[in-house]
Design a protein around this ligand. Structure first.
Ligand SMILES: CC(=O)N[C@H]1[C@@H](OP(=O)(O)OP(=O)(O)OC[C@H]2O[C@@H](n3ccc(=O)[nH]c3=O)[C@H](O)[C@@H]2O)O[C@H](CO)[C@@H](O)[C@@H]1O[C@H](C)C(=O)N[C@@H](C)C(=O)N[C@H](CCC(=O)O)C(=O)O
Ligand SMILES: Nc1ncnc2c1ncn2[C@@H]1O[C@H](COP(=O)(O)OP(=O)(O)OP(=O)(O)O)[C@@H](O)[C@H]1O
Ligand SMILES: N[C@H](CCC[C@H](N)C(=O)O)C(=O)O
Ligand SMILES: [Mg+2]
Length: 483
């Protein structure tokens, strides 16, 4: 491809060199530069890509995209200066792959909790309706039945546009993708055309990255600000900040909710460990998911499907048959009748939702025993809150490790323990080895009790001292139950 074509729609400030040079690939990591690459210098959290321009040229990059020209320049390289290289990278990646988001209907889902669930439910629903569909999610990326492992919730712009382009080549009509707040701020979605945007909720998370709750809200809102007038923007009116998301969007505004006035309404009529009876608009439908929060997720899915012009009755029939994502409220029963639940709740709000759901479903006399840890190198302020909420709704809590990453597991555990009031300490145990913590919870439990293993859901690893070891909560639970 010629550099000039790749720069289409990018606001260029200055060019030094020829715009006619050949570009074989787009890359933002100097370590991966090959012959005739366009190297894009990104200012990151750890370092600044501008420091590696020389290295990229030494590896035969034909052009570089920068915010600032280097002091020493190479005569055989073209330098393109823009105001924001992260934004330009999104557009260049999209141009490179032939703007694939314009060739299918792309729907983005953002919010603190529920993105993977809603994206996966939409993927499953539209497949059930007979379409070719793609999915970009925390758990996995999919093109029809084909699984492409996910590294991020929202991939980087080059990987993202490559996946979309593969979906177009394989005949996908729709793609449902999670849009993380990191991705919005880092412009990973710049240059994409969305047919719709969906908001689930916003609560405490990622304050380490965004700095304040206000900035976190603004990050989510930017996704809706950037939608065009042909798209829909579907928000949760029951969330305190649901309407904020729609304040400055050009998109077609729609709402869903269980309590406030909304375009799409639902009500939970009955709840069981194996499913719920919902009233969606005026129709009653049995679903396979559990929990009030999943009533929101399913209603959001229904609303999006209606806005994508699917027939109501077909949607409701399919909704009654679909299941959600791996590691979200997955139940395992022991031989002697203990109910084990694996759930990805890793925010205070999610822990509260999953535990209130369990509390509503349990019968008198059943104890709730929760095993919970918090991730290292991530938002520290949520640690005491998660422990406090877990104890509020559980009879016993075992505080353990999640993914300590590069932190000392005991420091994380201490941060969590700070959320436990002195008089409640007798109901809390600390076992830093997660495998042992799960085993202990199962041994404390009697027939009929409920053991919740929270925080890691589908994850198949535990990251300790920067190294990932195989670990699977569900597998551990099954092993202990079968001993
Ligand atoms: C905090 C964060 O989001 N970091 C992402 C970011 O890394 P960074 O800003 O630290 O990059 P950096 O290391 O400072 O480097 C800056 C630039 O210099 C380049 N570089 C660097 C070294 C070198 O030798 N040569 C070179 O060219 C890098 O390629 C990069 O372009 O850009 C990288 C490249 O795209 C990402 O891989 C990385 O994700 C890290 C691994 C990560 O863990 N991100 C998490 C927090 C994340 O994004 N999570 C969200 C989900 C959150 C949610 O639950 O909602 C997600 O979407 O996955
Ligand atoms: N609508 C919702 N509201 C509140 N909590 C939810 C909702 N949906 C799911 N949860 C809880 O949050 C956990 C994570 O759900 P899910 O993976 O769908 O969220 P996510 O937004 O994709 O998370 P991540 O930011 O890590 O990608 C679930 O295991 C469940 O406990
Ligand atoms: N997307 C979330 C995942 C958290 C999962 C939890 N198991 C942890 O490792 O903290 C994050 O990056 O904060
Ligand atoms: Mg997710």
């Amino acid at each position: 491809m010629i550099l000039k074509e790749l720069l289409h729609a990018i606001p260029v400030v200055q060019v030094v060199g020829s715009l006619e040079v050949e570009v074989a690939s787009v890359c933002f990591d100097s370590r991966k530069v090959e012959k005739n690459t366009l190297f894009v210098a990104i200012r990151g959290v750890q370092t600044d890509g501008h420091l590696y321009v020389g290295k990229a040229i030494a590896l035969s990059a034909s052009a570089v995209l920068v915010e600032q020209l280097p002091q020493q320049m190479d005569d055989n390289t073209t330098y393109v200066v823009v105001g924001d290289t992260s934004y330009a990278l999104g557009i260049a990646a999209s141009n490179y792959y032939g703007n694939p988001s314009q060739e299918l209907k792309l729907v983005g889902i953002t919010g603190t909790n529920g993105k993977t669930t809603v994206a996966t439910l939409l993927f499953n629903l539209f497949r059930q309706l007979g379409y070719h569909v793609g999915l970009l999610s925390t758990v996995e990326n999919k093109i029809g039945d084909r699984i492409i492992p996910a590294t991020h919730t929202t991939p980087d712009p080059v990987a993202l546009n490559k996946l979309l382009s593969d979906m177009v080549d394989e005949g996908c009509d729709y793609c449902f993708m999670e849009v993380s707040s990191h991705a919005i701020v880092q412009q990973r979605i710049a240059g994409l055309r969305f047919a719709g945007g969906l908001f689930t909720n916003i609560t405490h998370d990622h304050l380490d990255f965004h700095g304040s709750f206000d900035k976190y809200i603004k990050a989510k809102k930017k996704f809706f600000d950037d939608l065009d007038r042909y798209a829909f923007a579907l928000t949760n009116t029951d969330d305190k900040n649901g309407q904020v998301m729609l304040q400055n969007t050009f998109a077609h505004k729609k709402t869903y909710g269980l309590h406030q006035v909304a375009d799409f309404k639902a009500r939970v009529i009955e709840s069981h460990f194996d499913g719920m009876l919902l009233q969606i608009d005026s129709h009653e439908v049995w679903v396979k998911l559990v929990g009030g929060f999943n009533a929101y997720n399913l209603l959001a899915v229904y609303g999006a499907a209606v806005l994508l012009e699917q027939e109501t009755l077909k949607i409701l029939t399919a909704i009654s048959e679909i299941t959600g994502a791996q590691g979200r409220f997955e139940t395992v029963r022991s031989k002697n009748g203990i109910v084990g639940i694996v759930d990805y709740a890793h925010t205070p709000d999610a822990v509260e939702n999953v535990l209130t759901t369990i509390k509503d479903l349990k019968v008198v006399g059943q104890q709730i025993i929760t095993v919970l840890g918090c991730g290292g190198d991530r938002d520290k302020t949520k640690r005491p809150e998660m422990a406090r909420v877990a104890l509020k709704y559980s009879d016993k809590v075992i505080i353990t490790s999640d993914n300590p990453r590069t932190e000392d597991p005991l420091t994380i555990i201490k941060d969590m323990e700070a959320g436990i009031p002195a008089e409640k300490k007798k109901n809390v145990f600390t076992i830093s080895d997660r495998r042992e913590a799960i085993r202990a919870a199962c041994h404390i439990a009697s027939a009929g009790d409920i053991v919740l293993i929270a925080g890691k859901g589908h994850e198949k690893y535990q990251e300790v001292s920067g190294v990932r070891h195989h670990f699977d909560d569900k597998e551990e639970l099954e092993k202990t139950f079968n001993e």
